[in-house]
Design a binder for this molecule. Sequence first.
Ligand code: PLP
Length: 452
Amino acid sequence: LQKTALVAPEIAASIVKELENQRKRVKLIASENYCSLSVQLAMGNLLTDKYAEGMPHHRFYAGNENVDDIESLAAEEARTLFGAEYANVQPHCGADANMLAYWAILTTKVENPALAKWGETNLYKLSDNQWKELKAELGNQRLLGLDYYSGGHLTHGYRYNISSRLFDVYGYTVSKETGLLDYDDIEKQAKAVKPLILLAGYSAYPRKIDFKRMRQIADSVGAVFMVDMAHFAGLVAGKAFTGDYDPVPHAHVVTTTTHKTLRGPRAGLILSTNEFAEALDKGCPLTMGGPLPHVIAAKAVAFREASRPEFRDYAKKIVENTQALAAACAGGGLEVLTGGTDNHLFLVNVRSAGISGRQAESALHECNITVNRNSLPFDPNGPWYTSGLRIGTAAVSTLGMGKADMDELGAIIALVLKHTSPAPDGKDPSKLSKAKYIIEEKAKAEAVDRVK
Ligand code: PLP
Protein backbone atom coordinates (compact mmCIF):
# COMPACT_ATOMS: atom_id res chain seq x y z
CA LEU A 1 0.00 0.00 0.00
CA GLN A 2 2.94 2.33 0.65
CA LYS A 3 4.03 1.78 -2.95
CA THR A 4 0.51 2.58 -4.16
CA ALA A 5 0.55 5.72 -2.03
CA LEU A 6 3.70 6.93 -3.76
CA VAL A 7 1.85 6.94 -7.10
CA ALA A 8 -1.77 7.61 -6.14
CA PRO A 9 -2.08 8.72 -2.51
CA GLU A 10 -5.83 9.37 -2.88
CA ILE A 11 -6.41 5.73 -3.86
CA ALA A 12 -4.24 4.44 -1.03
CA ALA A 13 -6.14 6.69 1.39
CA SER A 14 -9.50 5.39 0.15
CA ILE A 15 -8.34 1.79 0.60
CA VAL A 16 -7.35 2.55 4.18
CA LYS A 17 -10.68 4.29 4.79
CA GLU A 18 -12.49 1.28 3.35
CA LEU A 19 -10.66 -0.93 5.83
CA GLU A 20 -11.81 1.41 8.58
CA ASN A 21 -15.37 1.29 7.26
CA GLN A 22 -15.43 -2.49 7.03
CA ARG A 23 -14.07 -2.76 10.57
CA LYS A 24 -16.34 -0.14 12.10
CA ARG A 25 -19.63 -1.26 10.59
CA VAL A 26 -21.41 -4.56 11.10
CA LYS A 27 -21.76 -6.01 7.62
CA LEU A 28 -25.10 -7.77 7.19
CA ILE A 29 -25.24 -7.56 3.39
CA ALA A 30 -26.31 -11.00 2.22
CA SER A 31 -24.15 -10.95 -0.92
CA GLU A 32 -20.90 -9.92 0.79
CA ASN A 33 -18.26 -11.64 2.86
CA TYR A 34 -14.62 -11.28 3.93
CA CYS A 35 -12.25 -13.44 1.86
CA SER A 36 -9.02 -14.65 3.44
CA LEU A 37 -5.66 -12.94 3.10
CA SER A 38 -4.46 -16.02 1.15
CA VAL A 39 -7.19 -15.35 -1.42
CA GLN A 40 -6.41 -11.63 -1.55
CA LEU A 41 -2.70 -12.17 -2.04
CA ALA A 42 -3.24 -14.77 -4.78
CA MET A 43 -5.18 -12.03 -6.59
CA GLY A 44 -2.86 -9.10 -6.00
CA ASN A 45 0.19 -10.04 -8.01
CA LEU A 46 1.95 -10.21 -11.39
CA LEU A 47 -0.42 -12.81 -12.85
CA THR A 48 -2.55 -9.84 -13.83
CA ASP A 49 0.00 -9.10 -16.58
CA LYS A 50 -0.82 -12.22 -18.63
CA TYR A 51 -3.22 -12.58 -21.54
CA ALA A 52 -4.69 -16.09 -21.70
CA GLU A 53 -7.57 -16.25 -24.19
CA GLY A 54 -8.52 -19.82 -25.01
CA MET A 55 -8.42 -22.78 -22.64
CA PRO A 56 -5.46 -24.45 -20.86
CA HIS A 57 -2.93 -25.80 -23.39
CA HIS A 58 -4.99 -24.29 -26.22
CA ARG A 59 -4.36 -20.54 -26.06
CA PHE A 60 -4.33 -17.67 -28.50
CA TYR A 61 -1.22 -16.25 -26.74
CA ALA A 62 2.22 -17.71 -26.02
CA GLY A 63 3.84 -18.01 -22.61
CA ASN A 64 0.92 -19.45 -20.67
CA GLU A 65 2.61 -22.50 -19.12
CA ASN A 66 2.03 -21.28 -15.57
CA VAL A 67 -1.44 -19.91 -16.23
CA ASP A 68 -2.32 -23.31 -17.76
CA ASP A 69 -1.26 -25.01 -14.53
CA ILE A 70 -3.21 -22.54 -12.42
CA GLU A 71 -6.39 -22.73 -14.48
CA SER A 72 -6.29 -26.54 -14.74
CA LEU A 73 -5.87 -26.82 -10.98
CA ALA A 74 -8.65 -24.31 -10.28
CA ALA A 75 -11.06 -26.23 -12.52
CA GLU A 76 -10.08 -29.54 -10.91
CA GLU A 77 -10.59 -28.09 -7.42
CA ALA A 78 -14.04 -26.81 -8.45
CA ARG A 79 -15.06 -30.16 -9.95
CA THR A 80 -13.96 -32.03 -6.84
CA LEU A 81 -15.49 -29.56 -4.40
CA PHE A 82 -18.92 -29.65 -6.02
CA GLY A 83 -18.84 -33.14 -7.60
CA ALA A 84 -19.33 -31.79 -11.13
CA GLU A 85 -18.32 -33.36 -14.45
CA TYR A 86 -17.07 -30.08 -15.93
CA ALA A 87 -15.98 -26.68 -14.56
CA ASN A 88 -15.18 -23.41 -16.28
CA VAL A 89 -13.35 -21.00 -13.99
CA GLN A 90 -13.02 -18.12 -16.44
CA PRO A 91 -16.13 -15.94 -15.93
CA HIS A 92 -15.22 -12.59 -14.42
CA CYS A 93 -18.40 -12.43 -12.36
CA GLY A 94 -21.83 -14.01 -11.86
CA ALA A 95 -23.43 -12.05 -14.69
CA ASP A 96 -20.72 -13.26 -17.09
CA ALA A 97 -21.21 -16.83 -15.93
CA ASN A 98 -24.93 -16.62 -16.69
CA MET A 99 -24.37 -15.08 -20.10
CA LEU A 100 -21.83 -17.73 -21.03
CA ALA A 101 -24.12 -20.49 -19.74
CA TYR A 102 -27.09 -19.18 -21.74
CA TRP A 103 -25.02 -19.01 -24.88
CA ALA A 104 -23.60 -22.50 -24.37
CA ILE A 105 -27.10 -23.94 -23.83
CA LEU A 106 -28.46 -22.14 -26.90
CA THR A 107 -25.66 -23.25 -29.17
CA THR A 108 -25.78 -26.84 -27.88
CA LYS A 109 -29.55 -27.19 -28.14
CA VAL A 110 -30.57 -25.03 -31.09
CA GLU A 111 -29.56 -26.32 -34.47
CA ASN A 112 -29.21 -23.46 -36.93
CA PRO A 113 -26.26 -23.20 -39.30
CA ALA A 114 -26.78 -19.42 -39.54
CA LEU A 115 -25.70 -19.16 -35.90
CA ALA A 116 -22.06 -19.82 -36.81
CA LYS A 117 -21.74 -16.27 -38.02
CA TRP A 118 -22.29 -14.96 -34.49
CA GLY A 119 -19.37 -17.04 -33.23
CA GLU A 120 -16.85 -14.27 -33.80
CA THR A 121 -18.99 -11.57 -32.24
CA ASN A 122 -18.77 -10.15 -28.76
CA LEU A 123 -22.38 -10.32 -27.61
CA TYR A 124 -22.01 -7.22 -25.46
CA LYS A 125 -21.36 -5.15 -28.59
CA LEU A 126 -24.48 -6.02 -30.60
CA SER A 127 -26.82 -3.27 -31.79
CA ASP A 128 -30.57 -3.41 -31.08
CA ASN A 129 -31.30 -4.71 -34.56
CA GLN A 130 -28.58 -7.34 -34.36
CA TRP A 131 -30.11 -8.59 -31.11
CA LYS A 132 -33.52 -8.94 -32.75
CA GLU A 133 -31.96 -10.76 -35.70
CA LEU A 134 -30.01 -13.08 -33.41
CA LYS A 135 -33.04 -13.87 -31.22
CA ALA A 136 -35.14 -14.70 -34.30
CA GLU A 137 -32.38 -16.93 -35.68
CA LEU A 138 -32.35 -18.74 -32.36
CA GLY A 139 -36.07 -19.38 -32.84
CA ASN A 140 -37.24 -16.96 -30.09
CA GLN A 141 -36.35 -19.41 -27.34
CA ARG A 142 -37.99 -19.15 -23.94
CA LEU A 143 -36.45 -18.76 -20.51
CA LEU A 144 -38.54 -19.45 -17.40
CA GLY A 145 -36.93 -18.22 -14.19
CA LEU A 146 -37.82 -16.72 -10.82
CA ASP A 147 -39.32 -13.27 -11.29
CA TYR A 148 -37.16 -10.37 -10.15
CA TYR A 149 -39.76 -9.22 -7.61
CA SER A 150 -39.95 -12.70 -6.11
CA GLY A 151 -36.18 -12.75 -5.54
CA GLY A 152 -34.74 -13.62 -8.96
CA HIS A 153 -31.66 -11.83 -10.27
CA LEU A 154 -31.49 -9.19 -13.01
CA THR A 155 -29.66 -11.66 -15.25
CA HIS A 156 -32.62 -14.06 -15.06
CA GLY A 157 -34.53 -12.08 -17.66
CA TYR A 158 -35.18 -8.66 -16.12
CA ARG A 159 -36.45 -6.36 -18.84
CA TYR A 160 -33.38 -4.08 -18.85
CA ASN A 161 -30.90 -6.95 -18.73
CA ILE A 162 -29.22 -8.42 -21.79
CA SER A 163 -30.79 -11.81 -20.93
CA SER A 164 -34.18 -10.43 -21.95
CA ARG A 165 -32.82 -9.72 -25.44
CA LEU A 166 -31.58 -13.25 -25.90
CA PHE A 167 -34.83 -14.97 -24.85
CA ASP A 168 -38.57 -14.53 -24.65
CA VAL A 169 -38.68 -14.31 -20.88
CA TYR A 170 -41.31 -15.75 -18.53
CA GLY A 171 -41.18 -15.49 -14.73
CA TYR A 172 -42.62 -17.68 -12.02
CA THR A 173 -43.36 -16.05 -8.67
CA VAL A 174 -43.59 -17.09 -5.05
CA SER A 175 -47.07 -17.73 -3.67
CA LYS A 176 -48.87 -14.55 -2.60
CA GLU A 177 -50.18 -16.32 0.49
CA THR A 178 -47.06 -18.08 1.77
CA GLY A 179 -44.15 -16.28 0.09
CA LEU A 180 -42.84 -19.74 -0.87
CA LEU A 181 -42.20 -21.39 -4.22
CA ASP A 182 -45.20 -23.46 -5.27
CA TYR A 183 -43.81 -26.34 -7.32
CA ASP A 184 -47.24 -27.39 -8.65
CA ASP A 185 -47.77 -23.87 -9.98
CA ILE A 186 -44.29 -23.81 -11.51
CA GLU A 187 -45.04 -27.12 -13.19
CA LYS A 188 -48.30 -25.78 -14.64
CA GLN A 189 -46.51 -22.70 -15.96
CA ALA A 190 -43.64 -24.76 -17.41
CA LYS A 191 -46.17 -26.94 -19.26
CA ALA A 192 -47.83 -23.84 -20.71
CA VAL A 193 -44.59 -21.99 -21.59
CA LYS A 194 -42.43 -24.97 -22.71
CA PRO A 195 -39.15 -23.14 -22.08
CA LEU A 196 -35.76 -24.08 -23.48
CA ILE A 197 -34.35 -23.33 -20.02
CA LEU A 198 -35.98 -23.72 -16.62
CA LEU A 199 -33.90 -21.61 -14.25
CA ALA A 200 -33.78 -21.85 -10.45
CA GLY A 201 -31.79 -19.71 -8.04
CA TYR A 202 -32.22 -16.35 -6.38
CA SER A 203 -30.80 -13.19 -4.89
CA ALA A 204 -33.49 -12.82 -2.27
CA TYR A 205 -35.37 -15.97 -1.28
CA PRO A 206 -34.97 -17.17 2.30
CA ARG A 207 -35.70 -20.86 1.83
CA LYS A 208 -34.15 -24.02 0.37
CA ILE A 209 -35.13 -25.07 -3.13
CA ASP A 210 -36.11 -28.64 -3.93
CA PHE A 211 -33.87 -29.14 -6.96
CA LYS A 212 -34.96 -32.72 -7.47
CA ARG A 213 -38.53 -31.54 -7.96
CA MET A 214 -37.42 -28.72 -10.25
CA ARG A 215 -35.46 -31.18 -12.39
CA GLN A 216 -38.57 -33.38 -12.69
CA ILE A 217 -40.47 -30.33 -13.91
CA ALA A 218 -37.74 -29.51 -16.43
CA ASP A 219 -37.69 -33.10 -17.67
CA SER A 220 -41.46 -33.17 -18.04
CA VAL A 221 -41.25 -30.35 -20.62
CA GLY A 222 -37.89 -31.27 -22.16
CA ALA A 223 -36.17 -28.14 -20.76
CA VAL A 224 -32.55 -27.72 -19.77
CA PHE A 225 -32.42 -27.28 -16.00
CA MET A 226 -30.07 -24.48 -14.99
CA VAL A 227 -29.38 -23.30 -11.43
CA ASP A 228 -27.77 -20.01 -10.42
CA MET A 229 -26.40 -20.77 -6.95
CA ALA A 230 -24.53 -17.43 -6.68
CA HIS A 231 -25.90 -16.77 -3.21
CA PHE A 232 -25.75 -20.19 -1.61
CA ALA A 233 -22.69 -21.81 -3.27
CA GLY A 234 -20.90 -21.75 0.11
CA LEU A 235 -23.77 -23.68 1.69
CA VAL A 236 -23.49 -26.29 -1.08
CA ALA A 237 -19.68 -26.50 -0.78
CA GLY A 238 -19.95 -26.68 3.02
CA LYS A 239 -22.62 -29.44 2.82
CA ALA A 240 -25.31 -27.43 4.57
CA PHE A 241 -27.39 -28.14 1.45
CA THR A 242 -27.29 -31.79 0.43
CA GLY A 243 -29.50 -34.38 -1.33
CA ASP A 244 -32.51 -32.76 -3.02
CA TYR A 245 -31.21 -29.31 -1.97
CA ASP A 246 -27.79 -29.63 -3.64
CA PRO A 247 -28.26 -28.37 -7.21
CA VAL A 248 -25.19 -30.00 -8.76
CA PRO A 249 -26.46 -33.61 -9.08
CA HIS A 250 -29.79 -32.39 -10.45
CA ALA A 251 -28.99 -29.54 -12.84
CA HIS A 252 -27.51 -29.67 -16.33
CA VAL A 253 -25.73 -26.36 -15.79
CA VAL A 254 -24.93 -24.55 -12.54
CA THR A 255 -23.57 -21.00 -12.41
CA THR A 256 -22.32 -19.10 -9.40
CA THR A 257 -20.37 -16.19 -8.08
CA THR A 258 -17.39 -17.07 -5.92
CA HIS A 259 -17.47 -14.09 -3.54
CA LYS A 260 -20.67 -14.45 -1.52
CA THR A 261 -21.14 -17.40 0.87
CA LEU A 262 -18.30 -19.20 -0.96
CA ARG A 263 -15.90 -16.55 0.41
CA GLY A 264 -13.56 -16.38 -2.58
CA PRO A 265 -12.51 -13.57 -4.91
CA ARG A 266 -15.04 -11.40 -6.77
CA ALA A 267 -15.67 -13.68 -9.77
CA GLY A 268 -17.83 -16.35 -11.43
CA LEU A 269 -17.82 -20.10 -12.11
CA ILE A 270 -19.79 -22.53 -14.27
CA LEU A 271 -20.30 -26.23 -13.57
CA SER A 272 -22.05 -28.56 -15.98
CA THR A 273 -22.49 -32.03 -17.32
CA ASN A 274 -20.12 -33.03 -20.13
CA GLU A 275 -22.87 -32.32 -22.67
CA PHE A 276 -22.19 -28.57 -22.46
CA ALA A 277 -18.39 -28.75 -22.05
CA GLU A 278 -17.51 -28.14 -25.67
CA ALA A 279 -19.76 -25.09 -26.00
CA LEU A 280 -18.58 -23.69 -22.67
CA ASP A 281 -14.95 -24.10 -23.71
CA LYS A 282 -15.68 -21.86 -26.68
CA GLY A 283 -17.37 -19.28 -24.52
CA CYS A 284 -14.50 -16.99 -23.83
CA PRO A 285 -14.29 -15.16 -27.16
CA LEU A 286 -18.06 -15.03 -27.42
CA THR A 287 -18.88 -13.24 -24.22
CA MET A 288 -15.58 -12.19 -22.66
CA GLY A 289 -12.15 -10.92 -23.56
CA GLY A 290 -9.13 -12.39 -21.80
CA PRO A 291 -9.67 -14.31 -18.57
CA LEU A 292 -8.11 -12.91 -15.38
CA PRO A 293 -5.30 -15.31 -14.37
CA HIS A 294 -4.74 -13.61 -11.01
CA VAL A 295 -8.43 -14.02 -10.09
CA ILE A 296 -8.43 -17.63 -11.32
CA ALA A 297 -5.47 -18.29 -8.99
CA ALA A 298 -7.47 -16.79 -6.12
CA LYS A 299 -10.46 -19.01 -7.03
CA ALA A 300 -8.21 -22.08 -6.76
CA VAL A 301 -7.15 -20.99 -3.27
CA ALA A 302 -10.77 -20.34 -2.23
CA PHE A 303 -11.93 -23.75 -3.55
CA ARG A 304 -9.15 -25.41 -1.56
CA GLU A 305 -10.23 -23.51 1.56
CA ALA A 306 -13.86 -24.48 0.99
CA SER A 307 -12.93 -28.17 0.75
CA ARG A 308 -11.53 -28.19 4.30
CA PRO A 309 -13.57 -29.58 7.21
CA GLU A 310 -13.60 -26.11 8.88
CA PHE A 311 -15.63 -24.80 5.96
CA ARG A 312 -18.43 -27.25 6.81
CA ASP A 313 -18.52 -25.79 10.32
CA TYR A 314 -18.64 -22.34 8.74
CA ALA A 315 -21.58 -23.21 6.45
CA LYS A 316 -23.50 -24.70 9.37
CA LYS A 317 -22.77 -21.62 11.46
CA ILE A 318 -24.09 -19.29 8.73
CA VAL A 319 -27.46 -21.05 8.74
CA GLU A 320 -27.63 -21.12 12.56
CA ASN A 321 -26.71 -17.44 12.80
CA THR A 322 -29.22 -16.39 10.15
CA GLN A 323 -31.99 -18.31 11.89
CA ALA A 324 -31.01 -16.76 15.23
CA LEU A 325 -30.91 -13.24 13.80
CA ALA A 326 -34.26 -13.68 12.03
CA ALA A 327 -35.80 -14.93 15.29
CA ALA A 328 -34.32 -12.00 17.23
CA CYS A 329 -35.72 -9.51 14.69
CA ALA A 330 -39.13 -11.18 14.88
CA GLY A 331 -38.85 -11.14 18.68
CA GLY A 332 -38.30 -7.37 18.46
CA GLY A 333 -41.60 -6.99 16.61
CA LEU A 334 -40.39 -6.99 13.00
CA GLU A 335 -42.21 -8.92 10.28
CA VAL A 336 -39.90 -11.62 8.89
CA LEU A 337 -41.14 -12.98 5.56
CA THR A 338 -42.05 -16.69 5.45
CA GLY A 339 -41.54 -16.70 9.24
CA GLY A 340 -37.79 -17.37 9.08
CA THR A 341 -35.06 -18.81 6.89
CA ASP A 342 -33.27 -22.00 5.81
CA ASN A 343 -30.22 -20.28 4.36
CA HIS A 344 -27.89 -17.29 4.79
CA LEU A 345 -30.47 -14.51 4.37
CA PHE A 346 -33.91 -13.37 5.42
CA LEU A 347 -36.30 -10.60 4.42
CA VAL A 348 -37.95 -8.07 6.68
CA ASN A 349 -41.11 -6.17 5.73
CA VAL A 350 -40.65 -2.62 7.07
CA ARG A 351 -43.83 -1.29 5.48
CA SER A 352 -45.81 -2.32 8.54
CA ALA A 353 -43.57 0.06 10.56
CA GLY A 354 -44.66 2.85 8.20
CA ILE A 355 -41.24 3.28 6.59
CA SER A 356 -39.70 2.32 3.26
CA GLY A 357 -36.78 -0.05 2.74
CA ARG A 358 -34.64 2.89 1.71
CA GLN A 359 -35.38 4.73 4.91
CA ALA A 360 -34.73 1.62 7.01
CA GLU A 361 -31.43 1.03 5.20
CA SER A 362 -30.19 4.58 5.86
CA ALA A 363 -31.36 4.56 9.49
CA LEU A 364 -29.37 1.36 10.15
CA HIS A 365 -26.37 2.69 8.23
CA GLU A 366 -26.33 5.75 10.50
CA CYS A 367 -26.12 3.27 13.38
CA ASN A 368 -23.16 1.47 11.75
CA ILE A 369 -25.14 -1.55 10.56
CA THR A 370 -24.89 -2.12 6.81
CA VAL A 371 -27.78 -3.95 5.16
CA ASN A 372 -29.44 -3.47 1.80
CA ARG A 373 -33.00 -2.55 0.99
CA ASN A 374 -34.80 -5.03 -1.19
CA SER A 375 -38.06 -5.31 -3.08
CA LEU A 376 -40.43 -7.79 -1.50
CA PRO A 377 -42.71 -10.05 -3.51
CA PHE A 378 -45.51 -7.92 -5.06
CA ASP A 379 -43.92 -4.80 -3.56
CA PRO A 380 -46.05 -1.67 -4.03
CA ASN A 381 -42.99 0.54 -3.35
CA GLY A 382 -41.00 -0.48 -6.46
CA PRO A 383 -37.29 -1.33 -6.70
CA TRP A 384 -35.89 2.07 -5.62
CA TYR A 385 -37.71 2.76 -2.33
CA THR A 386 -38.80 -0.83 -1.67
CA SER A 387 -40.65 -2.18 1.35
CA GLY A 388 -38.03 -4.55 2.60
CA LEU A 389 -34.60 -5.26 3.95
CA ARG A 390 -32.46 -8.23 2.98
CA ILE A 391 -30.26 -9.31 5.86
CA GLY A 392 -27.49 -11.93 5.70
CA THR A 393 -24.89 -13.32 8.07
CA ALA A 394 -22.13 -14.81 5.85
CA ALA A 395 -19.73 -11.96 6.70
CA VAL A 396 -20.38 -11.79 10.44
CA SER A 397 -20.11 -15.59 10.62
CA THR A 398 -16.63 -15.28 9.07
CA LEU A 399 -15.77 -12.92 11.93
CA GLY A 400 -16.74 -15.69 14.37
CA MET A 401 -19.95 -14.17 15.69
CA GLY A 402 -22.51 -16.52 17.24
CA LYS A 403 -25.99 -16.70 18.75
CA ALA A 404 -25.44 -14.16 21.54
CA ASP A 405 -24.23 -11.62 18.95
CA MET A 406 -27.25 -12.36 16.75
CA ASP A 407 -29.64 -11.84 19.68
CA GLU A 408 -28.05 -8.47 20.40
CA LEU A 409 -27.95 -7.42 16.74
CA GLY A 410 -31.60 -8.39 16.22
CA ALA A 411 -32.63 -6.33 19.25
CA ILE A 412 -30.64 -3.32 17.96
CA ILE A 413 -32.12 -3.59 14.45
CA ALA A 414 -35.65 -3.76 15.84
CA LEU A 415 -34.98 -0.82 18.17
CA VAL A 416 -33.54 1.39 15.41
CA LEU A 417 -36.42 0.69 13.05
CA LYS A 418 -38.99 1.27 15.78
CA HIS A 419 -37.53 4.72 16.39
CA THR A 420 -37.26 5.71 12.74
CA SER A 421 -40.02 8.23 12.06
CA PRO A 422 -42.32 7.49 9.17
CA ALA A 423 -42.33 10.06 6.37
CA PRO A 424 -45.09 12.58 7.13
CA ASP A 425 -46.84 12.19 3.77
CA GLY A 426 -46.04 8.51 3.27
CA LYS A 427 -43.23 9.35 0.83
CA ASP A 428 -39.66 8.32 1.38
CA PRO A 429 -37.52 11.07 2.87
CA SER A 430 -34.34 8.94 2.89
CA LYS A 431 -33.30 10.79 6.03
CA LEU A 432 -34.22 10.00 9.59
CA SER A 433 -35.46 13.27 10.93
CA LYS A 434 -38.89 14.56 10.16
CA ALA A 435 -37.72 18.18 10.47
CA LYS A 436 -34.94 17.67 7.97
CA TYR A 437 -37.40 16.07 5.57
CA ILE A 438 -39.81 18.96 5.76
CA ILE A 439 -36.97 21.43 5.10
CA GLU A 440 -35.83 19.40 2.09
CA GLU A 441 -39.36 19.19 0.70
CA LYS A 442 -39.77 22.98 1.13
CA ALA A 443 -36.46 23.61 -0.66
CA LYS A 444 -37.51 21.31 -3.50
CA ALA A 445 -40.85 23.12 -3.89
CA GLU A 446 -39.04 26.47 -3.95
CA ALA A 447 -36.62 25.19 -6.60
CA VAL A 448 -39.55 24.07 -8.75
CA ASP A 449 -41.17 27.52 -8.31
CA ARG A 450 -37.94 29.20 -9.36
CA VAL A 451 -37.77 27.09 -12.54
CA LYS A 452 -41.39 27.97 -13.33
N1 PLP B 1 -26.78 -14.28 -9.89
C1 PLP B 1 -27.29 -14.01 -8.68
C2 PLP B 1 -28.34 -14.93 -8.13
C3 PLP B 1 -26.85 -12.90 -7.95
O1 PLP B 1 -27.39 -12.63 -6.76
C4 PLP B 1 -25.85 -12.08 -8.52
C5 PLP B 1 -25.34 -10.89 -7.81
O2 PLP B 1 -25.77 -10.41 -6.84
C6 PLP B 1 -25.37 -12.38 -9.80
C7 PLP B 1 -25.85 -13.50 -10.47
C8 PLP B 1 -24.39 -11.48 -10.49
O3 PLP B 1 -23.14 -11.55 -9.92
P1 PLP B 1 -22.05 -10.44 -10.27
O4 PLP B 1 -22.42 -9.23 -9.51
O5 PLP B 1 -20.78 -11.07 -9.82
O6 PLP B 1 -22.10 -10.24 -11.74
